[in-house]
Ligand binder design. Structure first.
Ligand code: ZN
Length: 313
């Protein structure tokens, strides 16, 4: 089941969308744009910048168009906008600034109804339509299967269900297939098993993983996913995050914690830890509370001065 540990993995920065969407404090557009600029400076080259959803349902994302208008002009950065339906896709494309649409299908009917007012099958059809819309507009699309490892309303989700959904969506041609542990109930064995099976089912399409650290298994699950061949990891600076439609959901795996673990293990992420930590401290001020990320609070190892000593020795 395990593959070779890769030389590098890609990290998608999701703090501007998944990180913020569940926060009660309304973060201003300027601060969201500063977060995006900081992420780019830290090395992020693929960023989920906002979602185009009903502002009454997710007030934090009501400024999606304003965020897009202020995005730095960068040819080397892919900006992702999450959309749930055709209306969202049209809004995202109308900004002219979104490079990649993010589509979400959900593994169970109850969660799909709460999250996006559709059955699970309906959410697969909607994801396929969004991918097709993106492609016909000359853009790309990513696709994520929410509640792949468990549902807050229906409990366990069968692997076969997720694999069938992944196969159906993969045929539409997203850039990769992602599995999301929306409520943070996955364990490393389950992650390794499902990543390996989905990878086989959608090959040669790569597999991305989206993990929440609700129960402390986030980093272990990242490692398991990479060992099973996932090439891309969603992460959020500071470890903010949560789903407004999933009771008790907590933050994403933190970008600085994931960067630290992987780089120390010899896997390149393209991200600079000092800039991530600086951004963590800045974001702590913006949110006016302690953030869940651990490396952001205590710093990396070894300290830069100690590292120089080692290099000189
Ligand atoms: Zn999430």
């Amino acid at each position: 089941m395990y593959t070779e540990i890769p030389k590098s993995v890609e990290i998608v920065e999701v703090s501007p969308r998944d990180g913020l969407q569940n926060e009660q404090v309304q973060v201003g557009t300027a601060d969201k744009l500063a977060l995006i600029s900081n992420a780019i400076e830290a090395g992020a080259r693929r960023i989920e910048v906002t979602s185009f959803v009903n502002p009454r349902a997710v007030p934090q994302m009501a400024d999606a168009e304003e965020v897009c208008a202020g995005l730095p002009q960068r040819d080397d950065v892919t900006y992702i906008g999450l959309v749930m339906n055709q209306r969202g896709a049209d809004r995202a494309l109308a900004t002219g600034r979104i490079d990649q649409l993010g589509a979400v299908a959900v593994g169970t009917d109850t969660f799909a109804m709460r999250n996006q007012g559709q059955t699970s099958d309906g959410s697969v059809e909607a994801a396929i339509a969004i991918i097709e819309t993106a492609k016909s507009a000359g853009k790309t699309a990513q696709a994520t299967i929410g509640a792949s490892f468990g549902c807050p309303f229906e409990g366990e989700v069968a692997e076969e269900r997720v694999i069938d959904m992944a196969k159906a969506i993969a045929e539409a041609g997203p850039v990769e297939m992602a599995l999301a542990d929306t409520i943070g109930v996955a364990n490393p064995a389950h992650v390794a098993s499902l990543v390996a099976k989905v990878r086989e089912a959608v090959a040669p399409l790569p597999v991305r993983i989206h993990l929440h650290n609700t129960r402390g298994t986030g980093l272990a699950n990242v490692w398991a996913a990479i060992g099973a061949g996932a090439t891309t990891i969603d992460a959020s600076i500071g470890g903010l995050g949560g789903c407004p439609f999933a009771p008790g959901a907590a933050g994403n795996v933190a970008t600085e914690d994931v960067q630290y673990m992987l780089e120390r293990a010899g896997i390149e992420t393209g991200l600079k830890l000092d800039k991530l930590i600086e951004t963590h401290r800045w974001l702590t001020g913006v949110m006016d509370k302690e953030l869940p990320a651990m490396v952001g609070k205590v710093g990396g190892f070894p300290k830069p001065s100690e590292k120089n000593k080692k290099d000189a020795a």
